[in-house]
Design a binder for this molecule. Structure first.
Ligand SMILES: [Zn+2]
Length: 274
């Protein structure tokens, strides 16, 4: 290769690097911040299946994503709606999942609302800047029915034919005093994967992600694990307002949602192998 071509390639590589360095923060900045989605979504209040708030919340998510898939199903006469948004890229596909319903009589701001708001901001960013690998955003319904029936994730997993590399579930990630210990079932099934994901978390917020198991929790990841999908739960379970009428917007913060948003951006854009 002559010197000019060689220098040209170096220059070309640098230009690409500089463009990406500027472009990603720019598209992230153009996305609506999770806290804006959070306050709008949670102002709906209770979203228990069968209530008017449930339908309002479903429509809020659908309205804020371009052409999502809506997968509806019915259990004992109640209608449920899983909502999916898929982005093409190199395989194998990864997934980020939340639940969007709430328990009966609970506003579910942190429990459900926090994860939804992070994924809606991520959808804004993914629409403007395609991910290097295929990504699915999964909004499950019916998680909180009868203390974690996990109806939406069961429905999804039972009919899932995609070959996921992994699916990370986000739940209760908006607490003002955010501290995320490793979840016991996730660490039991996938210890190395959990460690590598916590490494990413600690690189974003070393005071938030703690690489120690504290609780064992039955959440949507258990449905996916049951059907052979590598899945883990990212959850802050030290939250006194969990499943009460006091799980409201004021218990959560913009800063906490911002940490989780930056964490998922790292997972989606900057790391390829785990
Ligand atoms: Zn939850």
């Amino acid at each position: 290769m002559d010197e000019h071509k060689f220098l040209g390639r170096i220059l070309y590589g640098r230009v690409i690097f500089v463009v990406l360095t500027i472009a990603i923060p720019l598209v992230v900045a153009l996305a609506k911040h999770p806290y804006e989605y959070f306050t709008d979504f949670c102002s709906i209040g209770e979203r228990a299946p069968g209530t008017p708030g449930h339908i309002q919340a479903r429509d809020f998510i659908i309205l804020n994503i371009e052409n999502p898939e809506v997968d509806s199903f019915s259990v004992l006469g109640t209608s449920y709606y899983n909502i999916y948004k898929r982005y093409e890229g190199q395989g194998p596909r990864i997934g980020l999942a939340v639940h969007w319903d709430s328990d009966i009589g609970c506003p579910g701001a942190n429990d459900g609302g926090s994860g939804v708001s992070v994924l809606l901001s991520l959808a804004d960013t993914l629409a403007r800047h395609r991910p290097p690998r295929a990504v699915d955003l999964l909004f499950f319904d019916g998680e909180d029915v009868e203390k974690a029936e996990l109806l939406g994730s069961q429905h999804f997993a039972a009919s899932c034919v995609d070959n996921y590399d992994f699916v990370i579930v986000l739940d209760m990630v908006g607490d003002k005093n955010l501290q995320i210990f490793q979840e016991g079932n996730s660490a039991k099934f996938f210890p190395e994967f959990v460690d590598s994901i916590w490494q990413i978390g600690m690189s974003v917020a070393p005071d938030v992600f703690v690489p120690i198991v504290k609780y064992y929790i039955v959440d949507d990841h258990m449905s996916l694990i049951k059907y052979g999908i590598r899945s883990i739960d990212v959850i802050d379970f030290d939250y006194p307002y969990w499943d009460t009428k006091d799980d409201t917007i004021d218990k959560c913060s913009r800063e906490s949602l911002d940490v989780i948003y930056r964490f998922v951006l790292q997972v989606v854009y900057h790391r390829s192998n785990y």
